[in-house]
Write a protein that binds this ligand. Structure first.
Ligand code: NAD
Length: 265
């Protein structure tokens, strides 16, 4: 039985992760963590998740003796400390937090030399399948089309564009031999001039309670292809995280992706 600690357990994803963990064979929730000032501290994480009481109270302190793998769906400022803690205590990590900058991504790579880490901005099976479809579309359509990525999320999301949209852009840019840092265009306003073919455009919508929607547009003269994914329930990400935990059980140190977990690389 793998003992699971969930960081961000009082959050939107955290509550779904607690629920998914209680449904997954071979995994046992033993720690539920949230930030120091969280009003949920001391609350039963099962009750908070809308399931039966599980006697795992929300706490602000990780106990290294009480878990084998830490699932982190928090904020980049918290993920940094969790990486240090897991490295020092030789624990595995599943990181779903988005908005990680280049410095933090570098730290994830470095820490992955010591412990197994699964890092994925989107843990749904559908999105990861879409990433493969995008590679195929980019190979065939290449530089003959304009490529735009449009994403929509709920009003409380704090980073933009979404980690998934950026990952989609990175996969396409990689396939086309472009550098996303140089070819990305974020939003447009005013006298923009005509569109340059080699750019990849990002458009962001923040509204209401949208769980997560992504469309990649490949537009040529006379026809266009749209690859769209719509998440209607956060449990799709939570079940993906549980699948990742089971898969991580037997891994050596390294940084892994959801493509590795699903065997679609
Ligand atoms: P949220 O704001 O509802 O929840 C985040 C939780 O983390 C909060 O309860 C907050 O108090 C807690 N937290 C902050 N700092 C902490 C710390 N130092 N220690 C412990 N807990 C801390 O946000 P959310 O919608 O649940 O999303 C959380 C993250 O997961 C975001 O980065 C989001 O983009 C990402 N996300 C990833 C996926 C995926 O599949 N990878 C899917 C959905 C959301």
């Amino acid at each position: 039985m793998m003992r699971i600690a969930i960081a961000g357990a009082a959050g939107r994803m955290g509550r779904n992760l607690v629920l998914a963990c209680s449904d997954t064979d071979g995994l046992e929730l033993t720690q539920a963590l949230d930030r120091e000032q969280s009003p949920a501290l001391g609350t039963d994480s099962g009750t908070l998740a809308g399931i039966a009481e599980n006697k795992v109270l929300i706490s602000d302190t990780l106990d290294a003796s009480a878990f084998d793998i830490l699932i982190d769906f928090t904020h980049p400022s918290a993920t940094t400390g969790h990486l240090d803690f897991c490295k020092q205590n030789n624990k595995r990590m599943v990181i779903g937090t988005t908005g990680c900058d280049a410095t933090l991504e570098q730290k994830i790579e470095e820490t992955g030399k010591s412990i197994p880490i699964l890092y994925a901005p989107n843990m749904s099976v559908g999105v990861n399948l879409c990433l493969e479809l995008l590679k195929m579309a980019a190979q065939v359509l290449g530089d003959t089309v304009d490529i735009e990525i449009i994403e929509a999320h709920h009003r409380n999301k704090v980073d933009a564009p979404s980690g998934t949209a950026l990952k989609m852009g990175a996969v396409i840019a990689d396939e086309l031999g472009r550098d996303l840092n140089e070819c990305a265009v974020y939003g447009r306003e005013g006298q923009t001039g005509v569109r340059e073919r080699g750019t990849i455009g990002f458009e962001t919508i923040r509204a209401g309670d949208i769980v997560g929607e992504h469309t990649v547009l490949f537009a040529a003269e006379g026809e266009r292809i749209e690859i769209t994914h719509k998440a209607s329930n956060r449990m799709t990400f939570a079940h993906g995280a549980m699948r990742a935990c089971r898969w991580m059980e037997t891994r050596q140190a390294g940084v892994y992706s959801m493509q590795d977990v699903l065997g679609i690389t």
